[in-house]
Write a protein that binds this ligand. Structure first.
Ligand code: ADP
Length: 337
């Protein structure tokens, strides 16, 4: 989701940008300094190669991806996987366990049923028996990983969907690649999931806007956070949803009921050194709702910002103790209500 405004800082001549499309969304890389045309072209090529490698491995929108091979593998049969896919699957299972199954990459068939996945179709509410059948097959314990031999197998006929974590992994990969090229200062933004390394200018951190979760307004920042060697991911219910009979259905599915989430929690922003984990935790906390999200954020010592819709129509912000430690209260103060 393009929930975060990396573009809080106006385009400045001393910051160069590389933009493009990937994973059904945009990417934007910001690099301070004045790099030559050839160097920029070389960096773009390298960045796109990293993104393409992630897409080729983890997309559910292309039949030839490694992940789709796993999804077609007969139930019970092991499939040997790349180290990259194993990394993401392991992280996903780790967050699944820590969130008591709220984050669950085996929900793909349910995501598809609610029209948010590759099986896109006109928005409609699924039939109860179809929903029950897909729900019975899903569950993160139905996916088994063998770390030693780099392989996985499905223990039921579910559909693995990495949309809640792969983008974050892509951000981490691009950032690591840029670092290896000597680009110590950079901002990588893929569809609103970002990492900011170093500084945008000497003594000035990158600045990230956390969007007001209001689908009727476009990109109004409610918070602006200075980011230094940290990544940020947001999950929200206000960009990717459909409405039926006045009811809003978000693209985050509760793996326990198979239903899209419905609660007053409108967005979850997680800051973490790993964007892969920030991405997964943002989705997990969105699933569990405002009260449990606060509990989990405390328990896991996560830096979290929750934006909720109050009954009187106003917005409220909640920051976790770990986030309060990272930023002073002035920095965390909302810009508007
Ligand atoms: P976005 O991809 O728009 O940034 P998220 O990171 O929150 O948003 O990921 C949401 C996507 O994750 C959904 O579109 C769906 O494909 C998948 N998903 C939905 N519910 C869950 C869940 N409970 N656990 C893991 N992935 C989920």
């Amino acid at each position: 989701l393009a929930l975060l405004l990396a573009a809080c800082q106006p385009r400045e001549p001393e910051i160069q940008h590389l933009d493009g499309q990937i994973f059904g969304t945009f990417y934007q890389i910001s690099l301070p300094g004045s790099l030559g045309k050839d160097e920029l072209a070389r960096l773009r090529e390298g960045i796109e190669a990293e993104l393409e490698a992630v897409d080729a491995s983890m997309s559910t929108y292309r039949d030839d991806s490694e992940l789709m091979r796993l999804n077609r593998q007969p139930v019970g049969q092991w499939l040997e996987l790349s180290a990259e896919l194993m990394t993401v699957l392991s992280a996903a299972q780790q967050v699944a366990e820590a969130s008591d199954g709220a984050f669950d990459i085996t929900v793909g068939a349910l995501v598809n049923l609610w029209s948010f996945g590759p099986e896109a179709r006109p928005s409609r509410i699924p039939e109860p028996d179809e929903l029950a059948a897909r729900l019975a097959q899903s569950g993160h314990t139905h996916l088994q990983l063998d770390q030693q031999q780099h392989r996985a197998r499905r223990l039921s006929d579910h559909f693995v969907d990495l949309s809640g974590i792969a983008k974050g992994y892509g951000v981490d990969r691009v950032s690591a690649w840029l670092l290896a090229q000597g680009q110590d200062n950079h901002l990588v933004n893929i569809g609103g999931d970002l990492v900011g390394l170093g500084e945008r200018r000497p003594g000035q951190p990158w600045r990230i806007g956390v969007e007001l979760p209001d689908s009727s307004q476009t990109q109004v920042a409610r918070h602006i956070l200075p980011i230094h060697d940290l990544s940020v991911a947001t999950s929200g219910d206000y960009r990717n949803f459909f409405e039926d009979d006045g009811q809003r259905y978000s693209h985050t599915i509760d793996p326990r009921s198979g239903q899209p989430m419905q609660h007053r929690l409108a967005s979850v922003t997680v800051l973490h050194p790993s964007n892969m984990l920030a991405d997964a935790w943002a989705t997990a906390l969105m699933v569990v709702g405002p009260e449990q999200a606060q509990e989990l954020a405390r328990q896991q010592n996560l830096m979290v910002l929750l934006l909720s819709r109050e009954p009187d129509g106003r917005w409220s912000s909640w920051s976790s103790p770990a986030l309060d430690e990272q930023f002073d209260s002035e920095t965390l103060k909302p810009l508007s209500s």
